[in-house]
Design a protein around this ligand. Sequence first.
Ligand code: 1CP
Length: 350
Amino acid sequence: MNEIRKPILDVLNKRVPERVPFWLMRQAGRYLPEYRELRNQAGSFLNLVYDPEKASEVTMQPIRRFGMDGAILFSDILVVPDALGQKVVFEAGEGPKLEALTSEADFRELDLDRIERHLAPVFETIQRTREKLRSENFGSTALIGFCGSPWTVACYMVEGSGSRDFAKTKNWARENPESFQKLINIVTAASCLYLTQQINAGVEAVQLFESHSGLLEGEEFERWIIAPTHKIGEYLKDFHADIPVIGFPRLAGMNVLDYALETLVDCVGLDQNADLAWAAKELSSHVALQGNLDPELLLAGGPALDAGLEKIYAALKGKPFILNLGHGVIKETPVEHVQRLANVVRGWAV
Ligand code: 1CP
């Protein structure tokens, strides 16, 4: 019997897929009533993440409705600081809160030896999800693991929460780059360990979320974004050469080119501001592309959604690409709009 091909893995391995694959960032989340129900049952967000049965259900929920070609592991980028020993809580209706790091002395609390044990439930979620994908006949859906990239994770570790400008982090990196480098090194090492265990448990590709790459330029972009990402890429290529890596340097503008050329990623995720004609010309001979529908168009639906999808298809048709959003699904998005997106993309010829 022929093995079922997974279109996402075809694109990431530079083979021509049988259809244009798609998945959506934050596809498992609050726009889905069945997610909200499990989230309420679990009590806290981290309880949900660390419950392998519930977390694998959440991972499967959008696949059962829409049949995406990629299932993104249900977890969060902030489980890494949590596993390292930094206190992390998600308060209802608000973003995450961490006990902020204020100086190098605080790094003593961070312990790389805790990563594998603390995150064992996540690895079990991966095993269970692979099994559910198999037994429920989603043979063409690839399971995607992820972590935050070191700069983005460090931003939360230093600020203690989300922030508009991440000024404390930028100041620390500028005023004391030697000590900030130590933090980046710890997070980089933790990410390598974490992703390796995700791969051992069964993920078939990984995505590095660099949500805050728009904060840096020039040498700082090189040192805090490209260099650590390259280290992770090199580590993964050494030990798991068959696992493709997607990098998502959100809001990086023209810096995406250096990122694509210098980090060893196989695919670059583009945010909705990226110029697709430029990306098709400058990037697509080096890396596969993923993106970049504006989540607000998915929220709007109707002709605006159709036109947004058509524009992406016109620009990237024939190139190796995965349809996705430019950022996560907005929680007010009607599920019918996601169904419409799935129907349209399914109709695209490669
Ligand atoms: O109460 C809830 O249900 C919380 C909402 C939620 C969800 C569904 C959070 C809190 N995280 C997640 C899941 C999540 N986060 C996934 C899982 C799967 C999927 O995509 O379907 C992933 C990949 C993430 C990644 C993540 N977490 C990023 C990178 C992508 C991005 O959005 O830029 C970031 C920055 C986070 C931190 C985070 N977690 C949650 C929130 C509200 C935030 C953002 C905080 C801020 O405002 O900066």
